[in-house]
Design a protein around this ligand. Structure first.
Ligand SMILES: Cc1ncc(COP(=O)(O)O)c(C=O)c1O
Length: 343
C-alpha cells in the first residue's frame, strides 16, 4: 500500500493546486480556513495524542473515534472469506460488526463467568486457527469492566508473535489504575492499542480516537484510511481539549465519575432485588437483577435509559455512571420497586 498522493500544502503559498474555493467563509471561529482541505494527517494533533497516550508520533494514527480504528485494522489485516478475527464474549459488539462487514470469519471465546468474566488466555490460544490474524482484547472490557493482567497479555503476545496481531482496546483505561499497554509497543511487533477521546475526555461528539502500533503497521493503516479523514473543526476542537486547563477539568471529571461509580455500587447493594454487582475499572457498572426487564421498564418510566443484555449476561444491566443528579434520579426510580420483589 502506498499513501494517497495528495495536493501539496505549504504555508504562505497561493494554493491553486487542489480545486478549492478561494472564498473563506465567515461561519464558525476556526483558526484554519474552511475553504482549504485539512492536513492529510493532522501532525500537531498526532504529536499531542502520542504524548498523551505514551508512544512516539510515528507509532500513532489519529482516527475518527476508535470505531474507525477497529474498521481500519480489520480491513487491513483480514482478507474476506479467508482470515479470521478472534473476539472474547461478552465484549464490545463493534469488533463483530466490522468483521462481518469485511467478510472475515469470527471466532468467539467465552470469558469465565465464575471468575468475574476474566479473559481466558489459554482458551484463546486453544481457539486460534492458522487463519487468525487479529485478537481483540477489550481491557477494561465493555460491558463487564474486567481487566486483563499485564503478564497474561504478554503471554498472549509471545504465543502469537508470528501469527496474530493483538489489539488491546483501552477505551475505558482512564477510569482504572492500570498502565496502558502502549508501554509495551517497543517490545512487541504484534501489538496494537486503541484509545479514544470519547470517554474520559468527554468528546464522543468530536469523533476522535487513535490506534498505536509498530511504525510499519501504522504506515499501512494510514495508507488505508481516507485522506483528510479528520475535519478541521474536529482537529481544532481536540487541539483545544488537549490544553492543560481543559485536561485538568477532564481529569477532575474522571475522579468524579470514579467516586460516583463507588457511591452508586454501594447504594445498589441496598436493594434486595440486586443479585450481583461486578467490580469495574470503567465508567459503568454491570449489575444482575432478579428481573432486569422490570428494572428497564421502571427506569424508562422515570426517564432513565439503561442497557439490557441477554445470553451469558441474562438479567444483567449495564449502568453508565452519570452525574450525581442523574444517578440520584436512577436510585429514585429503583426506590419505587422496593418491596415489590422487583416487580
Ligand atoms: C470498548 C469500546 N471500544 C471502542 C468504542 C468506540 O468508541 P469511539 O468510536 O467513540 O472512540 C467504544 C464505545 O462505546 C467501546 O465501548
Amino acid at each position: 500500500m502506498h499513501a494517497y498522493d495528495a495536493a501539496e500544502q505549504v504555508e504562505n503559498t497561493i494554493r491553486l493546486n487542489a480545486n478549492e474555493s478561494p472564498r473563506r467563509s465567515t461561519i464558525g471561529h476556526f483558526r484554519r480556513p474552511l475553504n482549504r482541505y485539512p492536513e492529510v494527517r493532522p501532525q500537531k494533533l498526532q504529536a499531542a495524542l502520542a504524548d498523551r497516550f505514551g508512544c512516539r508520533a510515528d507509532q500513532l494514527l489519529v482516527t475518527r473515534g476508535s470505531s474507525e480504528a477497529i474498521d481500519l485494522v480489520i480491513r487491513t489485516f483480514c482478507r474476506a472469506g479467508e482470515d479470521s478475527v478472534l473476539v472474547t464474549s461478552p465484549s464490545f459488539s463493534m469488533y463483530r460488526h466490522y468483521a462481518e462487514v469485511q467478510g472475515a470469519d469470527l471466532i468467539e471465546v467465552k470469558t469465565l463467568p465464575e471468575q468475574d468474566f476474566a479473559i481466558d488466555v489459554d482458551a484463546i490460544l486453544g481457539a486460534c486457527q492458522a487463519s487468525t490474524r487479529l485478537i481483540f482484547i477489550c481491557s477494561p472490557n465493555n460491558p463487564t469492566g474486567t481487566v486483563l493482567a499485564r503478564d497474561e497479555l504478554e503471554r498472549l503476545l509471545v504465543a502469537r508473535s508470528d501469527a496474530s496481531a493483538i489489539v488491546v482496546d483501552e477505551a475505558y483505561i482512564e477510569f482504572g489504575d492500570k498502565p496502558s499497554a502502549t508501554a509495551l509497543l517497543d517490545r512487541y511487533r504484534n501489538l496494537l492499542v486503541l484509545r479514544t477521546l470519547s470517554k474520559a475526555l468527554g468528546f464522543a461528539g468530536a469523533r476522535c480516537g487513535a490506534v498505536a502500533g509498530p511504525v510499519e503497521v501504522i504506515r499501512i493503516l494510514s495508507a488505508v484510511q481516507a485522506p483528510y479523514a479528520l475535519a478541521t473543526p474536529v482537529v481544532e476542537c481536540v487541539e483545544d481539549a488537549l490544553q492543560d486547563e481543559q485536561l485538568a477539568l477532564a481529569e477532575q471529571a474522571v475522579l468524579d465519575t470514579v467516586a460516583e461509580r463507588e457511591r452508586l455500587a454501594a447504594a445498589l447493594m441496598n436493594y434486595d432485588f440486586v443479585r450481583k454487582i461486578w467490580p469495574s475499572d470503567a465508567n459503568f457498572l454491570l449489575v444482575r437483577f432478579d428481573d432486569a426487564a422490570g428494572v428497564m421498564q421502571r427506569c424508562q418510566e422515570h426517564n432513565v435509559l439503561l442497557r439490557h443484555f441477554g445470553g451469558a449476561l441474562n438479567e444483567c444491566i449495564r449502568i453508565s455512571v452519570g452525574s450525581r443528579d442523574e444517578n440520584n434520579q436512577l436510585l429514585r426510580a429503583l426506590d419505587t420497586l422496593k418491596g415489590t420483589n422487583n416487580g
